[in-house]
Design a binder for this molecule. Structure first.
Ligand code: LLP
Length: 427
């Protein structure tokens, strides 16, 4: 099994050398428990795999997956760069010490104000449309400004329809067949278009679509190079690399994956007689997903027409199962080797029937008070959490070499309502 699961000598779930039950007792539940060393390992495995075959390579961590400040600091300290999608993400990246040349902005449907704001913050933009290009030229001085264009490589993949970002149904990027025109427009407006970007989707374990997308992005880049003589400084193939969520799924052999894709990429550079650009990738999930476990406590075991294990978190805390039907492996952190005895539904505490973490899940005998670990919660877990049902966002704890530290306090009730204003006439 390729899931990141460790058990300690008390038969409890081990997270980065700390006991999951102790973490739950000390910090309360629900709590997101982050394993620092796993993040470092994931980043280095990824970076080393590609840079070994193509040294002019940079990783831009797609921070929408997890913007915990400690997580971002860890990646900053590793030398990682960051891919952002909003002025807020640029703001926090710069504040944490990422210099502007280590930040990419890949927004879509953004306003003139936002375009100007991110430009003024000094970061490189992956421009998503003709409209954005023209509007950017209106709000900043385009003279010699380096920009990159996001193209639709007409390849899409993803773990769910909502996470596919290439092909005819996708809102992202410019059409493959208008690339020369749009790059020409960029030049005519005064820009220096030196980058090309594509991103096909998220949660992809099959290597094939990546190869197709690299091929098609390079064919687009090659044509633009031939037509306009543009020498690309960088080629950015986005993110999307999946991780195993179920016990049956196999992790990608990242070294093999890197080797195959780099060879293919080099072949394309040769085919189009292109100089060697820097290669960018923007993994989010791959870096953080399996480094974080959501710990919850069982508060009620109920036999209705089905058997429910009720826990003290819901889709307000981890949305993925409800939003995408995503599988997250669940373990009883209090008794890891207990035999599987039943198939049960694991339900949250939100007042909606869809608030389930799992249906018909094989689990051991679970008692009220047990601590469950919901694995692979590091990517798009906390960042998609909400205050629905007026529940505070949970705490986050960072574990380094067995020592847990609180890195985000749980919200208070006051935090929930802080920004609301009751008009005078209702006072
Ligand atoms: N680059 C761009 C331009 C993206 O839009 C994304 C993700 C990434 C990189 C990183 O993709 P990753 O390596 O993490 O797959 N909420 C969904 C995932 C949405 C992904 C959005 N874009 C989920 O929970 O599965």
């Amino acid at each position: 099994m390729d899931l990141n699961i460790k058990v300690n000598d008390k038969d409890h779930l081990d997270i980065g050398g700390a006991d999951a039950v102790d973490i739950a007792n000390e910090f309360g539940t629900p709590v997101y428990a982050i394993d620092e060393n796993r993040i470092r390992d994931n980043y280095n495995r990824f970076y080393n795999a590609f840079s070994k075959y193509y040294p002019d390579f940079k990783v831009f961590y797609a921070c929408k997956a997890n913007t915990n400040l400690a997580v971002m600091k860890i990646l900053e300290s590793e030398g990682c760069c960051v891919d952002t999608v909003s002025p807020g993400e640029v703001y926090i990246s710069e504040k944490l010490g990422f210099s502007p040349d280590r930040i990419l902005f890949t927004g879509n449907n953004i306003t003139n104000e936002e375009l100007k704001m991110v430009h003024d913050m000094g970061v490189i933009l992956n421009v998503d449309s003709r409209s954005a290009l023209k509007r950017l030229a209106e709000v900043v001085d385009p003279k010699g400004l380096k920009v990159s264009i996001r193209v639709n490589p007409m390849v899409g993949a993803g773990h769910h329809e909502h996470t596919i970002t290439g092909g005819v149904m996708s809102k992202f990027g410019i059409m493959d067949n208008e690339a020369t025109e749009v790059y020409k427009l960029a030049q005519d407006l005064g820009f220096d278009p030196i980058g090309i970007h594509s991103h096909i989707g998220s949660g992809i374990l099959d290597p094939e679509p990546f190869k197709l997308a690299i091929g098609s992005t390079m064919d687009i880049a090659g044509k633009v190079h031939d037509d306009l003589g543009i020498d690309f400084e960088f080629v950015d193939f986005g993110g999307g690399i999946g991780v195993p969520y179920t016990p049956d799924e196999k992790a990608l052999d990242i070294d093999h994956f890197a080797h195959e894709n780099v060879e293919f990429f080099k072949g394309k550079l040769k085919e189009y007689n292109m100089k060697n650009p820097t290669m960018f990738l923007e993994p989010g999930r791959y870096i953080v997903a399996d480094a974080v476990t959501l710990l919850v406590q069982v508060n009620s075991v109920k036999q209705s027409y089905r058997k429910y294990i009720g826990v003290d978190a819901g889709f307000n805390t981890l949305l993925r199962p409800c939003m995408y039907g995503s599988y997250h492996h669940i373990v009883d952190a209090s008794k890891m080797s207990a035999p599987i005895t039943q198939e049960v539904d694991v339900a949250g505490d939100v007042c909606e029937s869809g608030d389930l973490f799992a249906r018909d899940r094989p689990l051991p005998d679970i008692e009220e008070g047990d601590i469950l670990g919901i694995l692979n919660s590091g990517a798009y877990g906390f960042t998609m959490a909400s205050n629905y049902n007026s529940r505070p966002l949970p705490a986050e704890v960072l574990i380094k070499d067995g020592n847990p530290t609180l890195v985000r306090k749980a919200q208070t009730f006051d935090d929930l309502f802080r920004n609301q204003i009751i008009p005078d006439y209702l006072q």
